[in-house]
Write a protein that binds this ligand. Structure first.
Ligand code: C5P
Length: 242
């Protein structure tokens, strides 16, 4: 069962990864894609270059094209002792991100610290990084199949108050079957059928990821890497909303 209520939107269930090389490009991409999508994702690269103000900048640029309702996704994957994560999350509170990522591997107390600091944000747990396979996890002493670990860590994060999970297209159907319907499943590694995979390995089309139960698709280069990002976002939105 999917959380269909969140799909009832005029905007495509896409979080555009704004991995921009400079502020001018960042602004340009925000204005180009905002008329079509539900969410803008500010990741570590931009956050480290532009600072937390990048969230405000995204919101401001989106508002300039009439989208003052756009969701803002702060994807900085916090992972530290609970007190530090709590204080970092408190520092982000004035920016009121819709989503904030934290590593489930930081443990339930750490996730709970972020939840407590940001009661109106959907604290989003990243389980196993998709760059880690079973062999690398085993070498780190983390046993079980990646799917078992994902499920175990997802449950722990949800019990600690996380309201969303980041998961690969490979995990979305198993998570959808095992976590409450109101938990937002956010899926990167999404590629329209006619797009290059870039460095993503285990990809799925947007249609497949949504059919498997994803609520929000992280899509970057298939939109921002095009000559006309506005047209690319519009075309994807038309396909997904029709
Ligand atoms: O669509 P594209 O590959 O350009 O999207 C890349 C974005 O998705 C980056 O911001 C990256 O951090 C994020 N991401 C990912 N794989 C994950 C988690 C997040 O590519 N497993």
């Amino acid at each position: 069962m999917t959380s269909g209520a969140r799909r009832d939107s005029a905007f495509a269930p896409i979080a555009v990864a704004l991995d921009a090389p400079d502020e001018a490009t960042f602004d340009e991409w925000v204005r180009a894609v905002s008329p079509s999508v539900r969410c803008l994702k500010v990741g570590l690269e931009v956050f480290c270059r532009q600072g937390p103000q990048a969230l405000e900048r995204a919101r401001h640029q989106a508002a300039s094209v009439g989208r003052d309702d756009i969701e803002i996704f702060c994807d900085v994957k916090l992972h530290d002792i609970p007190a530090t994560v709590g204080k970092a999350a408190t520092a982000l509170a004035p920016l009121a991100p819709t989503y904030l990522t934290v590593h489930a591997a930081g443990g339930p107390e750490m996730v709970a610290a972020a939840v407590e600091a940001l009661p109106t944000t959907r604290v989003t747990a990243v389980t196993v990084l998709t760059s880690l396979d079973a062999e690398q996890l085993g070498a780190l002493g983390i046993t079980g199949s990646p799917q078992e670990i994902v499920l175990r860590w997802a449950r722990s994060a949800i019990e600690a108050g996380a309201l969303a999970l980041v998961c690969s297209p490979q995990e979305v159907s198993i998570l959808r079957a095992h976590v409450p319907a109101d938990i937002t499943l956010i899926t990167p590694g999404v590629r329209p059928a006619d797009s290059a995979a870039d460095d993503q390995r285990r990809t799925a089309t947007p249609e497949r990821a949504l059919a498997d139960g994803a609520d929000l698709l992280v899509i970057g280069r298939p939109i921002t890497g095009q000559d006309d990002p506005a047209a690319a976002a519009r075309a994807l939105a038309t396909t997904l909303l029709s």
